[in-house]
Design a protein around this ligand. Structure first.
Ligand code: T3D
Length: 262
């Protein structure tokens, strides 16, 4: 299959599969654009109420396709700042800004930008055999795709610096112990567990879930007072949704709520 990102919509879950398994799903321009198209669909399409991101084959994603950066092919040094602006950063911003939950099933090794794209997702599960590698320092680069922002916030400077400077693999179970991801799952159970979470979220009160995601992200920049104001604004909006009415009604009627995502 030559499609670099496979897309399927099932039960409100848009599943996006990075699909260059021979290259460990490393990013070329086409895969960036296909991922962006999938994320744009997720934003636009009301049928989509959660996204599940994963990889085909034995890897999740090995970051940039270094075959496209071969210095032996000649030419001047590439402007990697421009490639971040053009390709990586728009997708990072879309994952973080999408007002719907993004679940990531890290099915195998996640290296370089591949690791940091996974870590930008809202709920991250990884196969127990998967490893996260801040591979950048091995080739003279710096953490990108948001890693220099998320790692110290999640782990603190000592662990963030050791991971980034040493580029040693971090196993899924340790990543879960450190709070870097939600859960390490048995390899053969990963996809089912991730899909079950995605389905559950896709059947949830989408507006409230999207606002919850944004609030928690804003907390990284806000002081308490600004955050209390943000909660007030978000709660006002959530309180006007049909799903809130349904949630309270269902509680009072002692039955499961049937959320419509609006
Ligand atoms: O350039 C810009 O735009 C700036 C942005 C940069 C963002 C970045 O992500 S920089 C970091 C780039 N990624 C890496 O440095 C990781 C390179 N890969 C690895 O270190 C290892 O492959 C892994 C640790 C990920 C996996 O190791 P292993 O032993 O399981 O597999 P392998 O044998 O190394 O790889 C299998 C095949 O995939 C192999 O091809 P072959 O020999 O079978 O034809 C290998 O060359 C290929 N492959 C793996 N990673 C990449 C890749 N091909 C191109 N680009 C890759 N990143």
């Amino acid at each position: 299959d030559e499609t670099t990102v496979l897309e399927t919509l099932e039960d409100g879950v848009l599943k996006l599969v990075l699909n260059r398994p021979d290259k460990l799903n490393s990013f070329n321009a086409d895969m960036h654009l296909a991922l962006r198209a999938g994320l744009e669909r997720a934003e636009r399409d009301r049928e989509v109420r959660a996204v599940l991101l994963t990889g085909a084959g034995r890897a999740f994603c090995a970051g940039q396709d270094l075959g496209d950066r071969d210095p032996r092919k000649g030419g001047s040094a590439p402007d990697l700042g421009a490639t971040l602006d053009t390709y990586y950063n728009p997708n990072l911003r879309m994952i973080r800004g999408l007002p719907k939950p993004v679940i990531c099933a890290v099915n195998g090794v996640a290296a370089g930008a591949g690791a940091n794209i996974a870590l930008a997702c809202d709920i991250v599960l990884a196969a127990k055999s998967a490893r996260f590698i801040q591979a950048f320092s091995k080739i003279g680069l710096v953490p990108d795709a948001g890693g220099s922002w998320s790692l110290p916030r999640i782990l603190g400077e000592p662990r963030a610096k050791a991971l980034a400077l040493l580029a040693e693999p971090l196993g899924a179970e340790k990543a879960a112990d450190w709070g870097l991801i939600w859960k390490a799952a048995d390899d053969d159970a990963l996809q089912d567990e991730a899909m079950a979470i995605a389905r559950k979220l896709a059947a949830g009160p989408t507006v409230g879930l999207g606002l919850t995601k944004q609030l928690i992200q804003q907390a990284a920049e806000n002081g308490l007072s600004a955050q209390l104001d943000a909660e007030r604004d978000a709660q006002r909006q959530a309180g006007r949704t049909a799903d809130y009415r349904e949630g309270v009604t269902a509680f009072l009627e002692k039955r499961p709520a049937e959320f419509k995502g609006k």
